[in-house]
Design a protein around this ligand. Structure first.
Ligand code: UDP
Length: 318
């Protein structure tokens, strides 16, 4: 029998992919979002399914639901630098911190297992490479990324305090850069930006000299890790790194996309945003050991699927 599963951030990029998978597996899914960066269109595949319900709610306020909940995935938070910097910085910290408290209280009330979507940003500008979970990070607490980095760090500490003080059944994963269908074309992330720019005949923006690295995980692999972590033995809390260890410079990524589009695409260089990490790659030894998980979809294949998705979106088919 299926479970009742609440997903915050359910209309966002990861949340919508997760909701669709969970509904297709026969679970009752309560999708919670205020659509600040999420979009109802992302869940249209399951919108009419009786197993699926959408609850419009901002998790900075407490939430109660009348039906018993077995599991909570806490994903809600603006996640793209263009969203969390500037006008949404304070709101981003509130979402991380108040959102964590509100969802942990909900989990306690329902005796539900709760998974926190933490982030590689907790490592900041990493001085250890690749990053294992034991690395404590190098975050600038006063910088323009701090609202997200420190917000997510505080959320992690809240999760572990609720675990120690109140016995909450918690799981924490640290998500590294992820891409794929249902990314918002205006999200400002590097993969969506470059593909959409090239497809529309615009210049592809590389920030800095493009020598900074990221490791890109295809969304289906990431969702698999999330579900495995949620269903891992009770008492295994993590944190666990989830991401693809394949590491590329941003310039390399641009050239791969240009090649895939048959040479279409022209690179322009723009200033590197402040505190933009110079390197990032997950050490996924723990995920392999404890979850039997590692990514299966290489960047080459994942980019093909993502390009096909954006071709449909920009062509008005989705
Ligand atoms: N980036 C870029 N061009 C873009 C968007 C991003 O060169 O159009 C760079 C950005 O400066 C960063 C990397 O790509 O070094 C990944 O950026 P993204 O916002 O996707 O993720 P995050 O910085 O959160 O890892």
């Amino acid at each position: 029998m299926g479970k009742t599963i609440l997903v915050t951030g359910g209309t966002g990029f990861l949340g919508s992919n997760l909701c669709i998978r969970l509904v297709r597996e026969g679970n009752r899914v309560l999708c919670v979002d205020n659509n600040y960066t999420g979009r109802l269109a992302n869940v249209k595949e399951v919108a009419d399914n009786p197993l699926f319900s959408f609850i419009e709610h901002d998790i900075i306020r407490p939430l109660d639901v009348s039906e018993p909940v077995d599991q909570i995935y806490n994903l809600a938070c603006p996640a793209s630098p263009v969203h969390y910097q500037g006008k949404a910085a304070i709101y981003t910290t509130k979402t991380c911190v108040f959102g964590a408290i509100n969802m942990l209280e909900l989990a306690l009330k329902h005796h539900a297992t709760i998974l926190q979507a933490s982030t590689s940003e907790v490592y900041g500008e990493p001085l250890v490479h690749p990053q294992p979970e034991s690395y404590r990070g190098n975050v600038n607490p006063d910088g323009i990324r701090a609202c997200y980095d420190e917000g997510k760090r505080c959320a992690e500490s809240l999760f572990f305090d609720y675990y120690r003080e109140k016995g909450a059944d918690i799981k924490v994963i640290r998500i590294f850069n992820t891409y794929g269908p249902k990314m918002n074309p205006d999200d400002g992330r590097v993969v969506s930006n470059m593909i959409c720019q090239a497809l529309q005949g615009q210049d592809m923006t590389v920030y800095g000299d493009g020598s900074q690295t990221r490791s890109f995980c295809y969304v289906d692999d990431l969702i698999e890790a999330m579900v495995r972590m949620m269903n891992s033995p009770k008492g295994f809390t993590g944190p666990v790194n989830t991401g693809n260890p394949g590491e590329f410079t941003i310039r390399e990524l641009a050239h791969i996309i240009i090649k895939k589009l048959g040479g279409k695409g022209n690179i322009v260089y723009k200033p590197l945003p402040k505190d933009d990490p110079t390197q990032r790659r997950p050490d996924i030894t723990l995920a392999k050991e404890k979850l039997g998980w590692e990514p299966k979809i290489a960047l080459d294949e994942g980019l093909d699927k993502t390009i096909a998705y954006f071709q449909q979106v920009l062509g008005g088919e989705l």
